[in-house]
Design a protein. Structure first.
Length: 148
């Protein structure tokens, strides 16, 4: 199982996502990435967002833990997603094409999350967090992830 650390960065009832184009479809991703050996998950979030988006963030409370399972390149794949509440401390959101293949960084309203293809596919849980400002960690035991 692989591990990925990501952040919920919100502003004005919107969430910051990275937009990609795979298989002719727009696919969105929570900003974050895979931890380096010995790196803590919050430190991974901070490093990845600085590298990819030019922003210093505070990776705060763990908001979601979810296991995505699906077929990738013809094999069963599993990823444990750890998603932290994040807050921008400094910097302006700007894609660094040397660090990410994302086309752009976008702010999507929480109430439109159910209309998009999201990785990880926890649209419903994120929409609920955005609407209700849930303070407890949400655990998603297993969800089916489609990779494009």
């Amino acid at each position: 199982m692989r591990v990925r650390a990501a952040a919920i960065i919100s502003q004005d009832a919107r969430i910051l996502l990275l937009k990609y184009r795979y298989g002719g479809k727009d696919v969105y991703n929570l900003p974050g990435g895979n931890p380096d050996a010995g790196e803590s998950l919050p430190a991974c979030v901070q490093r990845e967002l600085l590298e990819e988006l030019n922003i210093h963030v505070d990776a705060q409370q763990l908001a979601v833990v979810a296991q995505g399972v699906g077929q990738r390149a013809g094999k069963l794949d599993s990823v444990l997603h750890t998603v932290f509440q994040g807050k921008i401390l400094s910097g302006e959101v700007k894609i660094n094409p040397e660090q990410t293949s994302a086309l752009e960084a976008v702010w999507i309203p929480f109430d439109e999350l159910e209309k998009i293809i999201l990785y990880p596919a926890i649209n419903e849980q994120l929409a609920k967090i955005g609407k209700e400002a849930i303070s407890e960690t949400v655990f998603v035991e297993k969800f089916e992830q489609i990779w494009y």
